[in-house]
Design a protein around this ligand. Sequence first.
Ligand SMILES: [Zn+2]
Ligand SMILES: [Zn+2]
Length: 119
Amino acid sequence: MPSKGPRLCACGRVVPPGQMCVCAKARKAASDAARPSARARGYDGDWQTARAKHLASHPQCVDCGEAATLVDHIVSIRRAPYRRLDPTNFASMCAGCHGRKTAAVDGSFGRAIQSQVDP
Ligand SMILES: [Zn+2]
Ligand SMILES: [Zn+2]
C-alpha cells in the first residue's frame, strides 16, 4: 500500500505527498546547469579522443616547434561549430602560443561581433 502522508527525506525535511524535496530539486538544477555548458564548450568524450589522437600524431607546436600540450581549432568552433571534430581544423600548440593566439583571435572576433550588432 503506497503511503499518502508526508514523507521524511534523507536530508531531514518533511516532504508533502506528491512533491519533490527541495534538496532533490537543487541537485537536479545543479546537474542541469552543469551538463549543457560542458557540452556547449565542446569538451565531451569525442573531442577528448580526437584531441589525444591529434597530439599523438602531431606532437609539436605548429608555431614554435616545442612540445605541444594542447590542440587548438584553427577556425574557432564558435565560428564553425561543425568543424569541432574535423582533424583538418586541428593545430597542436604549446600553452604559450595558444594563449597568444586565443587572445588575438578572440579579441578580433569580439570586435567583429561588436561591429555586426552595432554597425
Ligand atoms: Zn531532501
Ligand atoms: Zn608554441
